[in-house]
Design a protein around this ligand. Structure first.
Ligand code: GLA
Length: 690
């Protein structure tokens, strides 16, 4: 259960009463009750209201709102307000505002304008969290803490003097001596030797490409800084309210910090899910991110924000046509959410987000969107028994921030240029084999291939225990950490199937290349040695010819992006490249290792290959592939030996689904069905076996 105070699916949204006159508050409560809202997130951006100057705190308005909610049995997911520091703070204290890579101070005037390592900001947020927690610790409405808001979304990656100083401390802790640092960073290359700690700066743009290990270390340092920032508030809240669960809402963009750092300091994972209704692959987009969130703690998560209809930040913001908001809400539940929440309750009248949809649109109560909100909020009463239930995935994809940070390089060797906030995380800023590989896209490619077959997949951080899965995929695992080799070998020895791909196992934790063939430490379990690689030009193709003895594969497949030149040691080649000087060399190999098998895919194969390959290994591992019409998804959640089957129809036409033997009750409609389930356009059924 997300919070013991709400033994139901949590339904509500971000609520900003401070944007409205008090007469509206009562109306809000009436409409919330009509929509069956049971929790709202409040005080997310209200620091300036709570603390108008350094010595004054004013909680009157927040007391009134908390009381109003409590009187009406609506709970508060109470935020700490720290995502929007007040202007007086930045005006008064010089170290609060962040500094860009090119040395420019980012001014106040929006939210998240703070340096994540600023001692002043950190001191003030601790104090604020303490004041809020002390004031509301016993309040009936308090159900959940909401720390900050979407770390890293608009936070400027900072290069200020204070960050530089703390980076040096972090490095001293890690390397102990400057000689170790020089050795690990390989500073003998281009004579970049540091003679004393004070000379170590942040990896800002210079005259040419920067030091790879230093850049990676800075990303690791900033990633940890987000976590230590979170802990400033977490420790205060935990101490004052040991029994109130704590969350922070993630943006879903794992690239900017390693979310697994938060694992032991989060009671519930929550995230903000904004797929684009104009994108036909949105459901896959959302499914993968729901999986990442679910897998972080291995238990139900919260859909903390979604748009009731359109957002205002895609280039073109189409609205969600009737039924789609409901369908996507159920998709989140199907993938393990125990909450359906929105940004935001009432569409704003003023400010940057006035064109963003709200549960109560500008048009008001009599609007299509509000009617759909009411319909769903009341319907969710019927599905409350699913809370606390888990999905059961037999397949895992492992993801790793270090590999991400060292693979993605969409700007080529943009080494000497300053990178803007967004591209800083994307850009490796190193000379690199190709700008056409993208770490996360490769993960998505594999995720989507399983998703297309309706196979649930957990997406887990690389250092998590994966021994319970039957198939583990590590696409583009460029950097191999200590311990991974042993974990994979044991997993395969015990009967698991492990898959990895091209450009895996090139470097170690210090960005030192593994000599004597890739994939470095995984050579043994894969039974191969990669001698060289050949990235293909944009649109370039090769083909894979399957070895005649392999069942279940069509003869030839296309492949693109990359070709590895592979030597087998103990592995069996299953397919060979058709073109290039390496024509006839293996492109795809299988290595029997103990009771299991390890597959190496030395290229990006086409979707036909992916389907045949996955069908093959799923059969070996006895994982059933459900027989479903196109555009229908099936997910299950189980608890106490009972399983709910979620069927979701994403198409615009009715679908008929063949059901496994037995009689089923749809917990939404109450209908009983057998043999065939008919789902209308955007229809959802949650079936329980009778
Ligand atoms: C994010 C933020 C919200 C709001 C929405 C708009 O998720 O957390 O405050 O800005 O985006 O889509």
């Amino acid at each position: 259960m997300i919070t013991p105070k709400i033994p139901k699916i949590i339904f509500g949204g971000d609520y900003f009463p401070e944007q409205w006159p008090r007469e509206i508050w009562k109306e809000d409560i009436r409409l919330m009750k009509k929509a069956n809202v049971n929790m709202v997130s409040i005080a997310i951006f209200t620091w300036a209201l709570i603390q108008p100057d350094e010595d004054t705190y004013n909680f009157d308005w927040l007391d009134d709102i908390m009381n109003l909610l409590a009187e009406n049995n609506i709970y508060a997911c109470l935020a700490t307000s720290t995502a929007a520091p007040p202007i007086w703070l930045a005006y008064k204290y010089n170290d609060v505002l962040p500094v860009t890579e090119s040395g420019q101070k980012v001014d106040y005037g929006s939210r998240q304008a703070y340096c994540i390592n600023s001692p002043t900001y950190r001191k003030f947020i601790r104090k604020l969290a303490e004041k809020i927690a002390d004031r509301y610790k016993k309040h009936k409405a308090l159900a959940l803490w909401h720390i900050n808001n979407e770390y890293a979304n608009k936070n400027q990656m900072c290069f200020c003097e204070n960050c530089a100083k703390q980076f040096r401390e972090w490095l001293k802790e890690k390397y102990d001596t400057i000689d170790n640092l020089n050795e690990t960073w390989g500073t003998v290359f281009w004579g970049e030797k540091y003679f004393e700690w004070e000379q170590v700066n942040t990896p800002k743009a210079s005259s040419g490409s920067r030091n790879s290990t230093k850049l990676l270390d800075y990303k690791r340092f900033l990633s940890e800084s987000f976590f230590t920032l979170y802990r400033q508030e977490y420790d205060v809240l935990r101490n004052i309210t040991p029994n109130i669960p704590i969350t922070t809402n993630f943006e879903g963009d794992w690239r900017k910090f390693d979310h697994s750092l938060f694992k032991d300091s989060l009671d519930v994972v929550s995230w903000n899910c904004y797929p684009d209704p104009a994108n036909p692959d949105s459901r896959k987009w959302a499914a993968m991110r729901h999986s990442m969130m679910r897998s972080l703690l291995g238990k139900p998560f919260m859909l903390m924000e979604q748009a009731p209809s359109q957002v205002d930040w895609y280039p073109v913001n189409i609205n969600k046509p009737p039924g789609l908001m409901r369908l996507w809400s159920y998709q989140a539940l199907a993938h393990g959410s125990d909450a359906v929440m929105y940004f935001q309750w009432r569409a704003s009248k003023k400010g940057a987000e006035r064109y963003h949809s709200g549960m109560v649109p500008h048009f008001g109560e009599d609007s299509r969107v509000f009617k759909e909100i009411c319909g769903l909020g009341n319907e969710l009463e019927k599905v409350k028994d699913i809370i606390g239930s888990n999905t059961d995935s037999k397949v895992a994809i492992v993801m790793d921030n270090d590999s991400w940070w060292t693979v993605d390089n969409p700007y080529g060797s943009a080494g000497s240029k300053s990178l803007d906030n967004e591209t800083f995380w994307n850009a490796n800023a190193q000379p690199f084999p190709t700008v056409l590989v993208s770490y996360f896209s490769e993960l998505e490619y594999y995720f989507n291939a399983f998703y297309d077959l309706n196979i649930p997949v957990d997406v887990i951080p690389v250092h998590y225990d994966f021994s319970k899965y039957k198939i583990v995929v590590a696409p583009l695992l460029h950097l191999i950490k200590p311990g991974f080799k042993e974990a994979v070998e044991k997993f395969v020895e015990d009967g698991g199937i492990f898959i990895t791909t091209y450009f895996t196992g090139l470097i170690d934790e210090s960005v030192g290349v593994y000599l004597d063939g890739y994939p470095g430490p995984l050579k043994n379990v894969m039974g191969i040695k990669v001698e060289e690689y050949n990235p293909l030009p944009l649109g370039g193709k090769n083909a894979m010819k399957m070895n005649a003895a392999i069942d279940g594969f069509k003869k030839d497949y296309e492949c693109s992006v990359w070709c590895d030149v592979i030597h087998t040691t103990t592995a069996r080649p299953l397919a060979a490249f058709v073109n290039g000087y390496y024509a006839g060399n293996p492109s795809f190999t299988e290595n029997q290792f103990g009771k299991g098998k390890a597959y190496y895919v030395g290229t990006r194969p086409d979707k036909n290959f992916m389907k045949d390959f996955l069908m093959n290994i799923l059969a070996v591992q006895k994982i059933d592939v459900p027989d479903l019409p196109d555009d229908v998804e099936l997910m299950t959640r189980s608890k106490d030996g009972k399983t709910c089957h979620f069927y979701l129809n994403y198409s615009e036409i009715e679908k008929k689904i063949k059901l496994p033997l037995g009689r089923y009750e749809d917990i939404i409609s109450g209908n009983v069905c057998e043999k065939v389930l008919t789902l209308p356009k955007y229809g959802v059924s949650i079936l329980n076996k009778k």
